[in-house]
Design a protein around this ligand. Structure first.
Ligand code: NAG
Ligand code: NAG
Ligand code: NAG
Ligand code: NAG
Length: 473
């Protein structure tokens, strides 16, 4: 998707710089934008450490320091480093010198995630160097560094091969997402954190949290405390404080959390706590379009969201809306007549009204592509259209001047077990989009791990390795 150059460019670049035979030795994923390397090796010092002098960034909250600690854990992989006899420290790699040029640790859409990593074994003491605009670019640099090192069982030390290294890198796209779905199956909080950890390895930067759906409403909403009566059980719930903890945990790894509130379909579980949201007891979806209470409640939910979910986007769903309950419920049918709306116009009315509420809370809105397919010209001009039905949608969306995220289900749905890793890898978000100003409207891509057939026992092995194939596109 989303990070590396595409494979052909990679082959081409390798031929130009190193000769084809070297390609098989380049074990970095996603492939950085530009890589040069040599054929020497160096061991890491026993006191391998982080040095940050010269940085504008002061790391008050320890984001960089924690990233370095995680790096050491990954490098040693619980091996024991042994230093037998006398070691000449002056020829060892003493640490990583990280220089970050921005003071701010604000994580937001489209921050600068670029970095430069070089290991030139000159002078003494010897340091690896990372230069980055933001601390989040520096974290990517640490991830790349971790892939250059391994524990050498012969020497019993950590070793970096192929020095000198010079790597310059930045993502192709600002939005590199993974969707998880905590409505179809509840995911325990530690599992959500493990998924976030694993995203960082592949330099994905948005966790799209499809929190609630028809089946269950696990999240606490302080403004409407009966909503989580729609959870599967008393224990399969997230407090808002736990959601804030997930947002903070993800931020410290350079990952934004995109919260989704899917309306007006996919919302049956909402009515367990507030039955007035249902058209009727025997016709429970979509949410009642005719009632002020529906929109008052959405306003309360989005107000609560805005206090916890700091990403500038919120996802308002809008997919797969079967509006027949609106016409078959006499009360709502009467309202439709009074307003002069048919079912499809009422769907548009609902989506646009929900968008306005989200905008009033400071969000920009992402909607699934059906909203664009039905009434694209009416959508708020800042809407991001989230493709899923198939290929060829992004080109129509950007032609209409709107922004787009690509998730075509045939290639990028992780619950489609027949989609193989190479299909994930070959899916190109910019297919058939050649004008630079239109290419800019494609924010990126997202792989989707829908939750109908996975739970905490198999989510990781279903996401990986195919999500990494997409990350390398
Ligand atoms: C950082 O400190 C090291 C060791 O004291 C020194 O060699 C190096 O020049 C310093 N770098 C900067 C950018 O200040
Ligand atoms: C729902 O139940 C009511 C009353 O029993 C009935 O009149 C109505 O036709 C039912 N609606 C649907 C869509 O089944
Ligand atoms: C709803 O009304 C609009 C405007 O009159 C019309 O274009 C559309 O075809 C109607 N949709 C349906 C499903 O009847
Ligand atoms: C790209 O455009 C070509 C030519 O119009 C078309 O045949 C192809 O299906 C398009 N590809 C996608 C994925 O839409």
């Amino acid at each position: 998707m989303i990070w590396g150059t595409i494979f052909l460019c990679l082959v081409f670049q390798a031929i130009l710089v190193f000769g084809v035979q070297d390609l098989k030795n380049l074990n970095i994923w996603p492939m950085p934008k530009s890589v040069e390397y040599g054929d020497k090796s160096i061991f890491l010092s026993k006191n391998f450490h982080l040095m940050t002098n010269g940085s504008k960034y002061l790391d008050k909250d320890g984001i960089l320091k924690d990233g370095f600690t995680r790096l050491l854990d990954v490098l040693t992989a619980n091996n024991v480093i042994e230093y037998v006899g006398k070691v000449d420290e002056s020829v060892l790699l003493q640490g990583i010198h990280v220089v970050v040029n921005s003071e701010s640790d604000e994580l937001q859409y489209d921050i600068d995630e670029s970095y430069k990593l070089y290991i030139h074994p000159e002078g003494s003491p010897i340091y690896a160097n990372i230069e980055a605009a933001t601390v989040y670019g520096a974290l990517h640099g640490l991830q790349t560094f971790s892939q250059l090192c391994h524990f050498n069982l012969k020497s019993r030390k950590l070793i970096v091969n192929q020095i000198p290294w010079t790597i310059t890198d930045q993502p192709r796209f600002s939005y590199r997402g993974l969707l998880i779905d905590t409505s179809r199956h509840y995911q325990p909080l530690p599992m959500i954190k493990k998924v976030i950890d694993s995203m960082a390895y592949a330099k994905l930067n948005v966790l799209h949290w499809h929190i609630v759906d028809k089946q269950s409403f696990p999240l606490e909403i302080p403004s409407y405390p009966k909503l989580w009566n729609g959870a599967y059980s008393l224990t399969e719930r997230y407090t808002m404080a736990a959601a804030a903890e997930i947002v903070s945990y993800a931020k410290r790894r350079g990952i934004n959390v995109l919260a989704e509130l899917d309306v007006p379909g996919h919302a049956e579980s909402w009515g367990v706590g507030y039955p007035a949201l249902w058209p009727s007891k025997n016709c429970t979806e979509p949410l009642d379009v005719s009632s002020d209470f529906t929109f008052k409640l959405i306003d309360g939910v989005l107000s609560d969201f805005s206090k916890t979910f700091k990403y500038k986007f919120v996802h308002l769903g809008g997919d797969e809306v079967d509006t027949s309950c609106w016409s078959s419920t006499p009360r709502i049918q009467k309202w439709l007549k009074q307003q002069g709306l048919n079912e499809s116009q009422a769907y548009e009315y609902f989506v646009l009204k929900a968008q306005k509420i989200a905008v009033s809370h400071g969000f920009e809105v992402i909607n699934w592509e059906e909203t664009f397919n039905h009434f694209g010209s009416k959508l708020d001009r800042k809407t991001v259209v989230h493709n899923w039905l198939g290929g060829g949608v992004a080109e129509q969306v950007v032609e209409a001047g709107l922004r787009c995220i690509v998730s075509n289900q045939d290639k990028w749905y992780l619950d489609h077990l027949d989609a193989t890793w190479d299909m994930f890898y070959m899916n190109e978000p910019l297919t058939n989009i050649t004008k630079p100003e239109q290419q800019k409207l494609v924010l990126g891509g997202e792989v989707c791990m829908w939750g109908e057939t996975i739970d905490g026992s198999d989510i990781e092995q279903t996401i990986w390795p195919r999500a990494a194939a997409a990350a390398g596109t």
